[in-house]
Design a protein around this ligand. Sequence first.
Ligand code: UT7
Length: 350
Amino acid sequence: MRFSRRSRRSTGACRYCRPRSGADRKGHSTQMPSTRAHIVSVGTAVPDRVLTNEDLEKILDTSDEWITTRTGIKRRHVLDKGDPTTASELGARAASRALAGAGLAPGDIDGIICATFTPDYFFPSTACLIGRHLGIHDVCAFDISAACAGFVYGLSLANALVLSGQCAKVLVVGAEIISKTLDWNDRSTAILFGDGAGAVVVAAHEQPDTGILGTYLSSDGRLSDILTMPAWGERRCMTMKGSEVFKHAVRLMGDAVFKALDAAGLDHGAIDLLIPHQANARIISSLAEHFAVPREKVVTNLQEYGNTSSASIPLALQDAFNDGRITGGTLVALTSLGGGLACASAIIRF
Ligand code: UT7
């Protein structure tokens, strides 16, 4: 991807700004040096099968009206029941498209990070398997367990690997086959999720004004019981206290943007595009209001994909590239929250 640069926007103070300093950061913020890690391409993959709200009406005590007004979701892509596609295969498809977009060969990559809560195995890691599918060997490869915050966690770690000189080009992948894990009799979760994968190539560039300018990672294990997916036991399905998660999602994803802006040395007025995790249109509206960002500057595509967990941010990034909302100079804020509760944000200038 090549972009022409345009000038930075002014960053005036506003009533939404709170006093912030490095000292009040509880999570992990990073101050960036002059070489930057850049997102140079995006690739995505979703199953062909589309499950609409009307389809769900036939199997659950629910309605298109309830799903649309409470979540904003209209359809989601899911694997057919007997489809043996794994998260690593879906992730490899997305990664292969990201490689093509960057004009890179598999041998150019020296790191693979995969975020997923639906891995093929406990081990080997899904990242190692993506490497196997693509013919990428002898590289650093590992998975991240941070649920819906996993992709941005991975992006932050890729940034650290690049800045430390350990890697030059890293694939960051979010890949999920959530439909295989759902209790299809539980209307409170079955209507929310979709399958999909998204990947980016993160590479070092000597362009200090662009690239990943700041990241923030955090978690709060005291809230670990409100969103779970047990690894053992009889009932290995997702459980969620939806309204509890909702409340914390608005607060934590909003705070996380401020913290990443702090790390980047920028004010929220500089944000050109907000890309939040795609869990609920009402959460996204609250965030947009919080940052006084007009709706056209907030990427929302959950109506098409549902909540795809770690794949949601790269799927939204891809849409923003496709519709021309990200061009050279665009300042993008990513923010995400998932089981843990885990929270991650990033500020990127393209
Ligand atoms: O990606 C990780 C992060 N996840 C999130 O951020 C999800 C955050 N939470 C949410 O998005 C929302 O809480 C939900 C969409 C999950 C639920 O919306 P809500 O407005 O919080 O609904 P609720 O759970 O409070 O349920 C309200 C009512 C209940 O009925 P009663 O007790 O009032 O009679 C539910 O049984 O809606 C009922 N309900 C449904 N009705 C029709 C729950 N699910 C459905 C359904 N169709 N699918």
